[in-house]
Design a protein around this ligand. Sequence first.
Ligand code: ZN
Length: 270
Amino acid sequence: MKNQQSFSHLISSSFTMGMFALGIIGFSVGCREVQTNQPVETTEQYEEAMEVNCADHATHGKSPAILADTYANFAALAATEASSAYSKQWRTTSSTTIICTPHGGGIEAGTTEICDSVAGNDYDFYSFTGLKTPNSGNATLHITSVNFDEPKGDELIKAASKALVLHGKADNNNEIVYVGGRDAALRTKVKSELEAEGFTAIIDTTSSISGQAKANFTNRTTSEKGCQLEITTKLRQKLMSNLFNGPTNRMNSRTIHFTKFVRALRKAVQ
Ligand SMILES: [Zn+2]
């Protein structure tokens, strides 16, 4: 039995109207696909999933020759991994903006929760969510962004005109958001709004994690561009103090900085 829990949003103003726009809630069989009309859903299994500090890949955008991914694409992952190892969560709205992560759950911890709250019921939401337990490793579920082709995520981002895609960057020492992707206007807005809330945001269009490839998941929108954030470990721990002990603990440890971060990103995508 799946147990859905809504939570009292820290960002309260814009969800009420959105609730009227969404009438569909459903679960499909097979692998763990969850379509929900409630921001942030949990399942019993989801709650049980605990993860350790994953690799938080700094491999995005690197050439295939030096990628450390276990799987080249989603089909390879699905052929090997148990369906209980991951889930796909999404909500659709009348908006053509999507807030999403291909490395959610325990893969790059905290990205799912941030995306879910930024999207609320105003923007499309998608998360490919690692559900593995601590010693079994969510990092193997990481498919680098240029190769990430999970069908539902691919379908949703290709239908959007504007995309904000979240990642976690392994860095325990600095509280920084690296702002990349090909959408220059959105990059600028994101940097500005994050700085207005007191965060450090750096525009990155040149590094190996800058998300500039046209094939990058972020840039598959109808406008052929999107904005991606690489959020350091230390900053994610500032947003959610209990980041690596499963989704329930993560949600329950949100701080005032989480509220500010979400508020900034919601302003940026308006
Ligand atoms: Zn990532």
